[in-house]
Design a protein around this ligand. Sequence first.
Ligand code: RTP
Ligand code: MG
Length: 148
Amino acid sequence: MERSFVMVKPDGVQRGLVGEVISRLERRGLKLVAAKLMTVSRELAEQHYAELKDKPFFPGLIDFITSGPVMAMVWEGPNAIATIRKTMGATNPANAEPGTIRADFACDVSYNVVHGSDGPENAAREIKLWFGEVEASWTRSVDRWIFP
Ligand code: RTP
Ligand code: MG
């Protein structure tokens, strides 16, 4: 069982897409194990996106992520990281496959609605950064029909 950090970015919260993102991940069979609506400090945003600090778009990205509340979440499931990345679609919504969150709800790379961890190391790092310790998972009666 794998965990991933997912965030509905400020554009998604402002546009009322929190439920849509949660709904799509729930319907995929993934399990929500932590969630909080929060405003992000510059320090947290810079730590989260530390790998991108030399990119030209970094200052704008930090301004954007700190511009309003985000919905920070931890999701769990088999192969959760790759499954969530697939469900979100390509970073640039212009390249995202129809039916993905980014293709269905966004049209610009800077305002692409959602973030999902890109690999196991970043997932562990981001979950610790945003949530510290996350409690153990919970039992769902349909799990045996989703996680054989
Ligand atoms: P994310 O981290 O937000 O899930 O997105 P990602 O892995 O698909 O893409 P990443 O390379 O990590 O970039 C992080 C976010 O930076 C913004 N970005 N802007 N203006 C640009 O060319 C550009 N490139 C990336 C996007 O909002 C991207 O999600
Ligand atoms: Mg990324």
